[in-house]
Design a protein around this ligand. Structure first.
Ligand SMILES: [Zn+2]
Length: 179
């Protein structure tokens, strides 16, 4: 029975997004300060997500530098690569705003739509490109464009081999200056 429950739990624990890049390091440490800030960001800028709970952990991320896990119907956990423990709060907020923007774009999807969206994202580069660019636009519209810029500069510095699928630094600057 315990084994059966464990299997059901693992089946339900769905990996939703991962940002691409390989990096190895780190322990699994929860950061309460950033987690409190995360809940403030939801309250201030993503009110449609208020009925969900969010937690944050740092760990080794094999295929990227951030992963979003749907841990229940109303809760998500963000796993950030351990290197982000050393990043400024502004950088981490940029990454969390990006992950929240992914969730907000897909909110209300049926189970099939979630599966189909993940299928298209993983199989068709043009689809994932469009998805990432739309996600970055949402980040800017919700007021976290400067954090997104800080995030991209941090990634350029710490993950030089990473090629962004989202907006470029120049595109973000143009959008921020046009406000
Ligand atoms: Zn993304």
């Amino acid at each position: 029975m315990i084994l059966f429950s464990a299997i059901i739990f693992l089946v339900n624990l769905k990996l939703i997004y991962s940002e691409f890049y390989q990096y190895n390091s780190g322990l699994n440490i929860c950061n309460m300060v950033i987690e409190n800030r995360l809940n403030e960001i939801v309250k201030e800028s993503f009110p449609e997500l208020l009925s969900y709970s969010f937690s944050l952990e740092y760990d080794e991320v094999k295929d990227g530098f951030a992963e979003t896990w749907e841990t229940s119907e109303t809760s998500y956990t963000f796993t950030l690569d351990s290197l982000f423990k050393e990043a400024d709060e502004g950088v981490v907020i940029g990454l969390l705003a990006h992950e929240l923007s992914h969730i907000t774009q897909d909110i209300g999807y049926s189970k099939f739509e979630v599966w189909f969206d993940n299928f298209l994202y993983s199989r068709f580069p043009k689809y994932s490109l469009l998805d990432e660019r739309n996600t970055d636009l949402t980040v800017i519209l919700r007021g976290y464009g400067l954090n997104l810029l800080k995030l991209l500069r941090y990634i350029e510095d710490k993950y030089p081999e990473y090629v962004t699928e989202g907006l470029s630094v120049n595109e973000i600057k143009i959008l921020l200056n046009s406000v």
